[in-house]
Design a protein around this ligand. Structure first.
Ligand code: CP
Length: 323
């Protein structure tokens, strides 16, 4: 068994394997070995979720597993039981724990200090790794490749942006342009790790704190909700700071072929104009469906012994959806 707590826990080959497998599930071409037969998956969400919780629940059931779901008020964590004791007890009863805490990653790392129950990060304060895996699966399905794509991310440098930066910089030729409001950029450690990776692979990562001088020619324009789940902004004027970063149809003047992506949930009229989210360039709802396909790939990955795996698959252009 394995854990998936950060994108940085994955080797390049493991990341590619999960993304490729997710695209196979999405394309309907995956062989179904039902790797979760007889296994029990706990799905613990201390914060709200529509996509990730449903994706892992539906994915686990489709792979032959059984499910126990815990909402924010269910575990004795609420009455003062320690996270250590909670993890120790759950690891004796569950095969996988998919957890959204919106707290520090260290909590999940603590739960992963055993070798019976796989721990999957369904979002912490710092990173949303299964979102990035979904997004790369969606890119592979749409473009047939990830290498060489030009991607504009505009909005908060939140946990989704962090995971995207750590994942996309694995791919040669990717140009990731991150535009974040002043004071809302990528965490310094994330930017440092992503830049180091980009230097190794030949990707580029640019971060600026305005929407001026955008070079255009993007393949993808991506944003997220300005109020990340489980967070609030102390600055009462934050909406004014974010306003220039709204995704509007004007951005397509210099990127006419770009697709629009959004991890959802969305607030039309805030981070994205309704005519973009609901318009012809948007693949945001296909992206949402891919959360389930990618979750299935993640569940397979964490329950498959490394030595049982086949070599990493080469890019498969047949996985690209017809456009
Ligand atoms: N994008 C995402 O994580 O959606 P949910 O919060 O609905 O799971």
């Amino acid at each position: 068994m394995r854990h998936l707590i950060s994108i940085d826990d994955l080797t390049d080959a493991e990341l590619r394997r999960i993304v490729h497998r997710g695209a196979e599930f999405s394309a309907g071409s995956a062989r179904r070995p039902a790797p979760l037969d007889g296994q029990v998956v706990g799905v613990y969400f201390a914060k709200t979720s529509t996509r990730t919780r449903t994706a892992f629940s539906s994915g686990a059931l489709r792979l032959g597993g059984s499910l126990i779901a815990y909402g924010p008020g269910d575990l004795q964590l609420n009455t003062g039981e320690t996270t250590e004791d909670t993890g120790r007890v759950l690891s004796g009863m569950l095969d996988v724990l998919v957890a959204r805490t919106a707290g520090p990653e260290a909590e999940l790392r603590g739960w992963a200090q055993q070798n019976t129950m796989s721990v999957v990060n369904a979002m912490t304060a710092g990173e949303h790794p299964t979102q990035a895996l979904t997004d790369l699966t969606t890119l592979l399905r749409h473009f047939g490749r990830i290498e060489g794509l030009r991607i504009l991310y505009a909005g908060e440098g939140n946990n989704t942006a962090a995971a995207l930066a750590l994942a996309l910089t694995r791919f040669p030729g990717v140009h990731l342009e991150i535009r974040t409001p002043p004071g809302y950029g990528l965490a310094g450690t994330v930017a440092h790790r992503a830049r180091a990776r980009a230097a190794r692979t030949g990707a580029t990562l640019v971060e600026r704190h305005d929407m001026d001088e955008l070079p255009g020619g993007y393949d993808v324009i991506y944003t997220t909700r300005w109020q990340t789940t489980g967070t609030s902004k102390p600055d009462p004027g934050w909406r004014d700071t974010f306003a220039p970063f709204q995704i509007t149809p004007a951005l397509w003047a210099t990127s006419p072929r770009a697709v629009f992506m959004h991890d959802l949930p969305a607030h039309r009229g805030e981070e994205v104009a309704a005519e973009v989210l609901d318009g012809p360039h948007s693949i945001a709802f296909a992206q949402a469906t891919n959360k389930m396909h990618s979750a299935m790939a993640v569940l397979e990955f964490v329950r498959t012994p490394a030595k049982a795996e086949e070599p990493a698959a080469a890019p498969d252009r047949t996985l690209a959806a017809a456009r």
